[in-house]
Design a protein around this ligand. Structure first.
Ligand code: MSP
Length: 502
């Protein structure tokens, strides 16, 4: 059984989660579910990033001890993932003892092997992004080029990681593995970053203490990004050998803003540790509200729970993954959601399910007929299902969620059209019984097919379709063959899966 280790970034707990965070986790959840339907063994890890100056300051502003503060905020993340019914297997907090020990172990090892050394850091630092910048990277106003907030100038003793030593090896890896960083635009961005030149990385701070202590120097705490990146290892047991059960990650999902950390610093840390690199670092774009960044300070955070409540969990998941190619930016709007839900989910998919089950009720007393050959010149679902399924699988494997979902829509609309042409309602006479039954069988099996293709992104819809077809087992998408329904299943019509929104 293939092993698939999938990770999300771990989220800062300085504020409550919003739709941008939910996006990454929903995408990862969909891929995890996809691999599970393919019969693979999946470990899906998510978690929270709890140290650093930013979180420490926020706790301070709220008049709380950092630990007390993070213990509270972490609950909102856990609750959100639970409410969205995400299927992660592990949740790592950087304040977990197992993580703290792993980070100290790594720091000590890299120091002992000469890859970490003491020096002084002087220069700009963005607390919001927890990022060191060189002067020449700042924007026109001298602010952080990423978030445009004011930077702070720091000057302190710091341990440095010998990043530069590993850059030639990273270049080679990039050349040999064009999908190591995806999409291509992000791959090119990384190559450009390397061409501009990279410096050793400051990996400890002395001016505050909300962090993991450097094991051999109590004046220093580990730089929050160095600490955070290691969650991907500590989350599956590193340094215990058991981590090799899952390592290396199949896909590491990230937002485009944290590319440099994951595609430059992280692989170099792994090389220093002599641990294999992930197969793919996949960056996605940003969701904005009509062109405006979603952020706490702008007061326009979109609460994913509200959206899920208003439109339905599956519809929200569908929108996020179908609306834009994974990797590009998208604009959130109620109109966009309504348009996609009505157009594709209500009118196409929901309508087919409802019509089909009603017809089985009307023409076959609600019982799926036995499979029979359908003699017809028309291309029927039995003929075109396999091709769409194959396309769907390939596109999902390549994280082309929008196009994979399009295959689901194409299969559905072709089935709707075929049904319109077969028009069983015009054949309702005894001499046509066999023909009607053959059409109804194909229709039911088409719904079964839809439940397979819907499963990764719309798991509740998939389960509901299966339930209405009285199918109790979730089959394997890869080995699935047309004709699984045996006939004799008792169908339930039920309410519309996606009521039209006006
Ligand atoms: N703590 C770091 C990640 C450490 S991973 C070892 C961090 N946290 S974050 O909470 O600020 O952001 C986490 C992720 O959320 C990032 O991948 C970021 O791209 C994503 N998003 C935050 N806002 C977003 C949108 N508006 N749209 C899409 N994703 C966005 O960075």
């Amino acid at each position: 059984m293939a092993k698939r280790y999938l990770t999300t970034p771990i989220y800062y707990v300085n504020a409550e989660p919003h739709i941008g965070h939910a996006y990454t986790n929903i995408a990862t959840d969909s891929l995890a579910r996809f691999y599970r339907t393919m019969g693979d063994d999946v470990y899906f890890l998510t978690g929270t990033d709890e140290h650093g100056e930013k979180v420490g300051r926020t706790a301070n502003e709220e008049g709380k001890e950092p630990q007390e503060f993070v213990d509270e905020v972490v609950k909102t993340f856990r609750r959100l993932w639970q409410d969205l019914k995400l299927s992660h297997d592990g949740f790592i907090r950087t304040t977990d003892q197992r993580h703290v020990e792993a980070v100290q172990h790594v720091f000590q090892q890299l120091y002992d092997q000469g890859d970490i050394y003491l020096d002084t850091y002087e220069g700009p630092y963005c607390v919001h992004c927890e990022t060191y910048w060189s002067e020449n990277k700042l924007d026109d106003q001298g602010n952080c080029p990423e978030c445009n907030r004011a930077v702070e100038y720091i000057s302190e003793d710091s341990y440095f990681f010998r990043l530069t030593k590993y850059i030639p090896e990273l270049r080679k890896h990039l050349e040999a593995n064009p999908k190591f960083v995806s999409p291509e635009s992000r791959y090119n961005e990384v190559v450009n970053l390397l061409n501009e030149g990279v410096q050793d990385l400051s990996v400890s701070r002395t001016k505050f203490d909300w962090g993991i202590p450097v094991p051999f120097d109590e004046d220093h705490v580990v730089y929050v990004w160095f600490d955070a990146l290691l969650n991907y290892l500590s989350g599956i047991g590193y340094p215990n050998k058991k981590f090799e059960d899952w390592w290396p990650p199949k896909v590491q999902f990230i937002g485009k803003d944290i590319l440099r950390f994951h595609a430059v610093i992280w692989p170099c840390m792994l090389m220093a540790l002599d641990v294999a690199l992930p197969e793919r670092v996949q960056a996605h774009g940003w969701w904005t509200l009509e062109g405006d960044k979603i952020s706490k300070s702008k007061g326009n955070v979109v609460d994913p729970r509200e959206l899920a409540h208003q439109f339905g969990r599956d519809a929200l998941r569908y929108f996020l993954l179908r609306r834009i190619p994974f990797g590009e930016d998208g604009v959130m709007s109620d109109e966009g959601l309504v348009e996609l839900i009505n157009g594709e989910l209500a009118n196409n998919l929901g309508n087919l399910v409802n019509r089909s089950l009603s017809m089985v009720e009307k023409f076959a007393d609600g019982i799926v007929p036995k499979p029979e050959e359908l003699e017809t010149d028309l291309e029927s679902p039995a003929d075109f299902a396999a091709q769409h399924r194959q396309n769907f699988i390939e596109l999902m494997e390549d994280l082309k969620f929008d196009r994979a979902l399009k295959e689901l829509m194409l299969f559905t609309s072709k089935t709707n059209r075929w049904l319109q042409e077969e028009a069983p309602w015009k054949l309702d006479r005894e001499e046509n019984r066999e023909r009607i039954n053959a059409i109804l069988y194909q229709l039911c099996e088409a719904l079964n097919e839809i439940s397979y293709l819907a499963e990764p992104v719309m798991p509740e819809t998939a389960a509901e379709i299966k339930k209405r077809l009285e199918v109790s087992e979730q089959g394997n998408l890869e080995t699935r063959r047309w004709g699984e329904l045996k006939g004799g299943e008792k169908v339930t019509i039920g309410d519309p899966l996606f009521p039209r929104i006006d």
